[in-house]
Design a protein around this ligand. Structure first.
Ligand SMILES: Cc1ncc(COP(=O)(O)O)c(C=O)c1O
Length: 531
């Protein structure tokens, strides 16, 4: 590409390669994307042509503006669909397309503060971390309410706290699908408390980042929307709908919004939104998705996500992982596995728990692979050594080598091989010396720098030696003695494996829990047969 002043817009070969490599990484990682609520399946390629214009939705989407390169008309159509989904009475709400759930929460609580500057915000322990940040930005007084074990707001604690502060306007920020456990706060119960305590001045914001695109599509959802008396709601667009650029929708009662509108001559419209310049492409994406998939499409997609969540629960509970979900949520909560697994599958953790989120891109094969990875790192029943094919060994290589020393409790071989397999790094030569007191691994990999990075990030390895050749048994014995481990036996087991990432991890699954009183030599060949 060339601009009118003849500047060349082209990349150097190195930069081109860097982008290609990065693209490969993104492709690889997207196959291992089970822990976050972002749908990875979408195709907005028919909209690519709009990328060549400085489209900007600055200003109020419902009003004309001097900046004509905007998608306000599409934005308003998207908002209309969300007004239907949230059961807003026609003409009663205003909104705009945000940068995501966080901005929607910011907007909702901003409105609340403008209406009730002396109010106190009540939100639960399980509310998203964005709420805490927004409250600090807005300088609002707040009180955190206890959560129940299932992740929902404890209404007894809310009632008691509101009772003590009856003289102050109450701003409740309810979560419609908590981040970790997918719980929906009891909106009807909160309204009942307002009534019981005769609290006249109150505001109810609903953070429905994920739940706002799930509850409209399931049978008998709990109360959650304008029909249940909320004042504003934030929903993420890049979560269930899916988008390469984060986005969301905020809707609020029009009567509240009118209080903060200000006219700005520079843009020739009302400044009703939080951001000035606003993304003009995301309204197009959402419009496109809602017009191609449609509400009927989501009525099929969402229940299927819940079925996939049930499949994951059944598989995880086969490993006694205490997996469960709320009936209205695609978030599967289960016992936190080892760091190698949570890193590989991008699983967000909280204390002893983690979760898998069955978004539309999640398939059974991925769930099965996750299960296999968890199994690989769990104690396995003892299997007979004679099942492993014994053959000759070929060791060698002079560069790209790494030597690791760990304790016997580390399951060092399993951890190393699984971590490298998950990063797509191939182990080309490998020697492991394992004794009752510790183990040494010497290996040659196809990408030493990345392998070291992965190992340092994911594993707590006692020591890393930079020697460029395998250790002899004497050296291994010496090192293990230095780090207080027992001596190593002279016996050896020779194993031949298929030369591909993950082959060693598979072997280690079988021998993970054995204390081998001898050295293991592994040869990676083109096939599995013994030569
Ligand atoms: C309940 C809840 N609220 C808000 C957010 C923030 O949304 P976003 O990442 O779109 O800003 C999230 C994100 O996961 C969430 O789960």
């Amino acid at each position: 590409m060339r601009c009118q002043w003849l500047c060349e817009y082209s990349l150097s070969t190195d930069d081109e390669e860097r982008l290609e490599q990065f693209f490969g990484e993104i492709q690889r990682e997207s196959n291992l994307f089970l822990g976050y609520p972002c749908n990875g399946i979408f195709d907005y390629s028919p909209l690519l042509k709009f990328l060549q214009y400085p489209i900007n939705n600055v200003g109020d989407p419902y009003l004309p503006s001097n900046y004509h390169l905007n998608t306000h008309a599409f934005e308003c159509e998207v908002l209309e669909i969300f007004q239907d989904l949230t059961q807003a009475p026609p003409g009663s709400t205003w909104g705009y397309i945000t940068n995501g759930g966080t901005e929607g929460n910011h907007y909702g609580l901003f409105l609340a503060r403008e209406l009730m500057p002396d109010g106190i915000v009540y939100y639960s322990q399980d509310a998203h971390y964005s709420i805490d940040k927004v409250l600090r930005c807005l300088g609002l007084h707040s009180i955190m309410i206890r959560s129940q074990a299932d992740g929902s707001m404890d209404l007894e604690d809310l009632r008691e706290t509101l009772r003590i502060h009856r003289d102050v306007p109450a701003i409740v920020c309810a979560t419609i699908g908590t981040t970790m456990k997918g719980a929906v706060d009891d909106i009807a119960g909160i309204q009942a408390i307002f009534r019981d305590l005769a609290l006249k001045r109150h505001y109810l914001h609903a953070d429905a980042a994920l739940g706002g695109m799930i509850l409209p599509f399931i049978d008998h959802p709990p109360p959650w929307n304008f029909a249940a008396g909320i004042d504003s709601i934030a929903i993420s667009g890049h979560k269930m709908i899916g988008s390469p650029i984060p986005c969301g929708v905020v809707l609020a009662k029009k009567t509240h919004v009118d209080r903060i509108a200000q006219s700005v001559e520079y843009i020739g419209t009302l400044d009703t939104t939080l951001s000035g310049s606003r993304n003009g492409l995301t309204p197009l994406f959402l419009w496109y998705a809602l017009h191609t998939i449609g509400v009927d499409g989501f009525k099929r997609i969402v229940p299927n996500c819940l079925h996939m969540a049930d499949y994951a629960i059944a598989q995880l509970n086969g490993l006694e992982r205490n997996a469960w979900r709320h009936p209205y949520s695609n978030i599967v909560v289960f016992d936190r596995p080892s760091p190698v697994v949570t890193q590989r599958w991008q699983l967000a953790c909280n204390g002893t728990l983690t979760h898998l989120i069955a978004m539309p891109h999640v398939v059974k094969e991925q769930v099965d692979q996750l299960i296999a990875d968890i199994q690989a790192l769990e104690p396995q029943p003892e299997s007979s050594i004679s099942e492993i094919p014994v053959c000759e060994t070929v060791l060698g290589g002079t560069n790209e080598e790494i030597t690791l020393v760990g304790s016997a409790e580390d399951h060092l071989l399993t951890q190393v091989s699984t971590a490298l397999a998950s990063a797509g790094i191939s182990i080309e030569d490998f020697t492991a010396v394992k004794a009752a007191g510790g183990s040494i691994i010497h290996m040659r990999v196809n990408d030493r720098e990345r392998a070291l990075q992965i190992l340092n990030e994911h594993l707590d390895i006692g020591r890393c030696y930079g020697q460029s050749r395998p250790f002899s048994n004497e050296e291994a014995t010496q090192i293990l003695t230095q780090v207080n481990y027992h001596t190593v036996s002279q016996d050896a087991l020779l194993v031949k494996l298929v030369d591909k990432p993950g082959a060693l991890a598979e072997l280690m699954k079988n021998v993970a829990n054995m204390t081998l009183p001898f050295a293991v030599y592994v040869w990676f060949g083109a096939d599995q047969g013994v030569p």
